[in-house]
Design a protein around this ligand. Structure first.
Ligand SMILES: NC(=O)c1ccc[n+]([C@@H]2O[C@H](COP(=O)([O-])OP(=O)(O)OC[C@H]3O[C@@H](n4cnc5c(N)ncnc54)[C@H](OP(=O)(O)O)[C@@H]3O)[C@@H](O)[C@H]2O)c1
Length: 367
C-alpha cells in the first residue's frame, strides 16, 4: 500500500535532498513540513521547493507549515495517513543559544514524538542526529543510547537530549536515531551548497587568518556527502530494516585524521597561484591551552573579521582535542557493500571547488 512520509525541516539542506531521494526511490506521498512565520513565508518556501523538486513532484507532495517550537505544530496533518516520519528540523548552528536549542531541538522533538504516537499506521520515526551527540567522550563510540558525559556546545547537547526524547519511546514506537558525520559536499564532485565549520576553518587557513591548528592531529574526522547520507537514510527508512541507532559514516579504517585532512587541504592550496602569492606557511599545531588564549585575544577584537571567523570555528574546535572512533557495525549489517566517499579524495575535490568558487562568493556573484 502507498504510504505517506512526513519530512520535518523539509526545506533545509538535507530535507530537500531527502525529499528528492524519496520521490525518486519509492512511491510514497510526501508531507513537507517547514517552519514558516506567516502565509507569505510559507508561499515563498513552497515556491522554492517546487522549483527544486520539479513539476512532476506536485501530485505527490504537500507543503505544510509546522513550527516545532509551537504546541500546535503538525495539527494540519492527517495522522491516519502517516506511515513514516523523518525528523530533519533543527537549529543547526554550533553556536546556538541554550534556550533556543531547548525550544526547537529538544521540545520540538518531544512534540514530534507525541505526534508520532497518534499515527496508528506508523512504521518508522527516524530522527537525524549527529555523531557528536557523543559529546566529550573519547575512544570508541557505539551505535547505542549514550550517557551524558558533557558537551562542547549547546547544539551537541540538544541533539543528545533530542535523541533521549526519541529513544525514550523505543519499544512503543518504531524509532531510529541516525547519527550523521560532518557533511562537506553535496556529492563526490565536491560542490558545496551548505557551509559549516569545516569550510570556514579552511577559509581562515587559505586567507592566512589562522596560523595555528587547533586539535590533536591524530583525531579521526568523519566526513561524508549529502548524497551518501540521503541514500543511507532512504535505506534505513525501510520498515524491513531493524530500528535502533545507526552511525551513517565511513568505516573507522576509512576515516582520515585531522593531520591527514590538513595535509590534503594544504597540498591543494599550495598548487593555487593566489595562495602561492601570499607566501603563507602551514599552520602550527597548537595545544588546547594556547588555543583558549587565542580565543580570549580574539574576543577583545569584537566585530573584526578574525573574531567573526573564529566564532564559527571555536564552538566546535574543542572536539578536535577529543579523539573518538565512530563504530558503524549496525550500518554495515543493514547495508552490506555500501560505499562511503573516500575521505581524502573528497577533501581534495572539495578544497578545489572552494578555491574555484571563493567559498561560494563567485557563485553568488554570477547572475
Ligand atoms: N548538515 C550536516 O552536516 C549535519 C551533520 C550532522 C547532523 N545533521 C542533522 O541533520 C538534520 C538536517 O540538517 P541540515 O544540514 O539539513 O540543516 P539545515 O539546512 O539547517 O535545516 C534545518 C531545517 O530545520 C528547520 N527549522 C529550524 N527551526 C525550526 C522550527 N522551529 N520548526 C520547524 N523547523 C525548523 C529550518 O527551517 P528555517 O531555516 O526556515 O528555520 C530548516 O528547514 C539536523 O537535525 C542536523 O542536526 C546535519
Amino acid at each position: 500500500m502507498r504510504g505517506t512520509t512526513v519530512i520535518t525541516g523539509a526545506d533545509g539542506y538535507l530535507g530537500r535532498q531527502l525529499a528528492a531521494a524519496l520521490l525518486a526511490d519509492g512511491d510514497d506521498d510526501l508531507v513537507l513540513a517547514v517552519r514558516a512565520d506567516d502565509s507569505s513565508e510559507l508561499a515563498a518556501k513552497k515556491e522554492r521547493l517546487d522549483q527544486r523538486l520539479g513539476p512532476q513532484a506536485r501530485s505527490r507532495t504537500r507543503v505544510v507549515a509546522a513550527d516545532l517550537s509551537r504546541d500546535d505544530a503538525l495539527a494540519d496533518i492527517d495522522t491516519r495517513s502517516v506511515t513514516r516520519i523523518v525528523h530533519a528540523a533543527a537549529v543547526t548552528r554550533f553556536n546556538v543559544e541554550r534556550d533556543l536549542a531547548q525550544r526547537v531541538n529538544v521540545d520540538g522533538t518531544a512534540r514530534l514524538r507525541a505526534f508520532a504516537a497518534r499515527c496508528d499506521n506508523l512504521q518508522r520515526l527516524a530522527m537525524l542526529s549527529t555523531l557528536y551527540a557523543a559529546g566529550r567522550r573519547r575512544g570508541d563510540v557505539h551505535e547505542e543510547r549514550l550517557d551524558d558525559v558533557g558537551f562542547v556546545n549547546h547544539y551537541e547537547w540538544s541533539k543528545w537530549a533530542a535523541e533521549e526524547e526519541v529513544l525514550g519511546a523505543a519499544g512503543e514506537l518504531p524509532v531510529s536515531v541516525l547519527r550523521l558525520p560532518t557533511l562537506v559536499a553535496d556529492d563526490d564532485g565536491g560542490q558545496v551548497t551548505q557551509y559549516n565549520a569545516f569550510h570556514n576553518t579552511l577559509k581562515l587557513f587559505y586567507y592566512g587568518l589562522l596560523s595555528l591548528l587547533p586539535g590533536d592531529g591524530a583525531t579521526p574526522l568523519s566526513l561524508a556527502t549529502a548524497s551518501f547520507t540521503a541514500s543511507a537514510v532512504t535505506r534505513l527508512l525501510d520498515p524491513a530494516i531493524a530500528d535502533g541507532v545507526y552511525h551513517i559514516c565511513p568505516d573507522p579504517a576509512d576515516t582520515a585524521t585531522l593531520d591527514q585532512l590538513v595535509d590534503t587541504a594544504f597540498t591543494v592550496f599550495e598548487r593555487d597561484p593566489g595562495f602561492q602569492r601570499r607566501g603563507l606557511m602551514r599552520p602550527l599545531p597548537c595545544d588546547q591551552e594556547s588555543f583558549e588564549d587565542l580565543l580570549s585575544a580574539a574576543d577583545l577584537l569584537r566585530g573584526g573579521p578574525i573574531n567573526q571567523s573564529l566564532s564559527s570555528v571555536s564552538p566546535f574546535a574543542h572536539q578536535l582535542y577529543l579523539p573518538k572512533t565512530f563504530r558503524n557495525d549496525a550500518l554495515r549489517a543493514a547495508w552490506p557493500g555500501y560505499t562511503a566517499p573516500d575521505p581524502l579524495a573528497l577533501a581534495e575535490t572539495t578544497c578545489l571547488r572552494l578555491i574555484e568558487s571563493k567559498w561560494g562568493r563567485r557563485t553568488q556573484e554570477t547572475p
